[in-house]
Design a protein around this ligand. Structure first.
Ligand code: SAH
Length: 349
């Protein structure tokens, strides 16, 4: 039995074929546009509401919820029907909100510094399980609008391509979030990037580069052994040429590993060649990786070095560090807060 967000318009029409045809629009409008749970769709007859609630209960059950940054960051740990767990993070700003969604339970990419990678792969998420993360976060964000969705939670989106893309279409279509505000982040799955280059919707692409030479990148991002940097950059070039969109490189700043001047000098020509924006993320600590993040001073210095070489670079503000909701820290096994807790737990190292 799958949740209501597993159903696209055609599937809903089939499910409601014994009802007047306008019911499909009512359900789409309520569930997708307004983000209301089925049980609260008061314009539907009660019997229908109950039927939908019974046949399509939520996919995501709250296992834990934690709140940080003075209420501006919320992290959910969801339990899925088979007991697997994934996380979603909502970041609110004065006038809007961004949701960071998971596309897989766990991840097979095994990036050394990433908590999800350290824990291994469970399974792909279904379309409905991805879309419902946004719907649930949107209910919480109201009255602020969820303007942006980043596919930067647990998992590798392009290793679960079909379902991720179906989720993109549903977020852009019935949910009404502009494709330009949807960001797919990849560790460098080359066939997936080439396929993205052929898609109709203008989503953003972020590539987790982290190293500008193969030796270091092989260590940080094991997938690099299969798709080395030059092959990755070729695919990126195809994407930028075909979509005419600007790419961004993610760079987790790791003390003494990839934050030295010669790293900036190696990165700059690659970024210039693709006219890519570089997003510097101070490394967040994870239990399985002993090296620490670069100091704020070093991060700023690295950004300045890049800029002086003609590269557009920004430092990503760090959200959710005290609730293990920061980039790369999502890890189901560690979430201990009970579902009712509303306080930030201290960071566990
Ligand atoms: N698999 C995809 C999306 C999920 S990770 C990808 O790799 O792009 C989202 C981003 O967080 C990636 O850039 C990833 O490298 C980064 N990240 C992972 N662990 C991190 C950590 N401990 N500190 C900072 N960033 C991290």
């Amino acid at each position: 039995m799958a949740g209501i967000y597993q159903l696209d318009e055609a599937a809903l029409a089939e499910l409601l074929s014994d009802e007047p045809s306008y019911r499909v629009d009512q359900v789409i409008d309520g569930v997708y546009r307004q983000g209301v749970p089925v049980t609260e769709l008061t314009n539907l007859p009660r019997a229908l509401r109950q039927r939908l609630a019974e046949t399509h209960p939520p996919d995501l059950n709250v296992a834990a919820e934690s709140v940080g940054d003075g209420g501006d960051t919320v992290k959910w740990l969801w339990e899925l029907h088979d007991g697997t767990r994934v996380e979603t993070v909502l970041m609110t700003y004065p006038d809007r909100a961004t949701v960071c969604v998971s596309t897989q339970a766990g991840c097979a990419m095994a990036c050394s510094f990433c908590a999800t990678g350290q824990a291994g792969f469970d399974r792909h998420l279904e379309v409905g399980e991805i879309v419902e993360q946004v719907a649930r976060a949107r209910q919480r964000a109201a009255p602020r609008r969820v303007s942006n969705v980043v596919f930067m939670g647990m998992g590798e989106p392009l290793a679960n391509y079909d379902r991720t893309w179906a989720a993109v279409e549903r977020l852009q279509g019935p949910m009404g979030i502009s494709a330009r505000h949807l960001t797919v982040s990849t560790v460098g799955v080359v066939p997936g990037i080439r396929r993205l280059a052929t898609e109709r919707l203008p989503v953003r692409l972020a590539v987790s580069l982290h190293a500008a030479d193969d030796e270091l990148r092989n260590e940080l991002v094991p997938l690099n052994r299969r798709h080395p940097i030059e092959e990755l950059l070729d695919a990126c070039e195809e994407w930028t040429t075909r979509t005419r969109r600007r790419l961004s490189f993610e760079w987790a700043m790791i003390d003494g590993v990839n934050d030295r001047s010669h790293d900036a000098r190696a990165l700059a020509p690659l970024a210039r060649r693709l006219r890519a924006h570089v997003n510097l993320i101070p490394l967040n600590p994870t239990p399985g990786y002993p090296v620490v993040g670069s100091s704020p001073k070093r991060v700023a210095g690295f950004a300045d070095e890049l800029r002086s070489m003609g590269v557009n670079a920004t430092v990503r503000a760090n959200r959710g560090t005290t609730i293990d909701a920061a980039c790369g820290q999502l890890r189901a096994a560690q979430a201990v807060a009970p579902a009712t807790a509303n306080v930030a737990a201290p960071r566990r190292r």
